[in-house]
Write a protein of this length. Sequence first.
Length: 118
Amino acid sequence: QVQLVESGGGLVQAGGSLRLSCAASGSIFSINAMGWYRQVPGKQRELVARIRSGSNTSYADSVKGRFTISRDNAKNTVYLQMNSLEPEDTAVYYCNVEVYYFGTHTYWGQGTQVTVSS
C-alpha cells in the first residue's frame, strides 16, 4: 500500500499564488509518474499537470505559463506551484501517483480544496 499526504490548499484572491505538495510513502520500488488533477462538482476530474520519472512534464492548456509541477525524488514528493490564480481554478485538487512495486499501481490522494475569490 501507498499513502499520499497532500497539503497546501486554501483560499486566495485572484492573482495570488498557492503551492500544493503531495508526499508518497509505503510500498514503493520506484515512481513512474506523479501528477495533479482537479474536479469541480458536476464535472469530470481533469488533468492539471503531470511529471514523469525523466522529468518530462505536461500541462492542461488552461494552466500553461501559470502553474509549474516539480518533484523531489529523494522525498517522493510532488509539488504544484500555482501562480496568477483565477476563479476558474477553484476546485478540489487530487494528487495522483503511479508506482512500481511488483507491478504498476496507481494511487489517489484525499484531495485538497483550492478556492480563488474574485
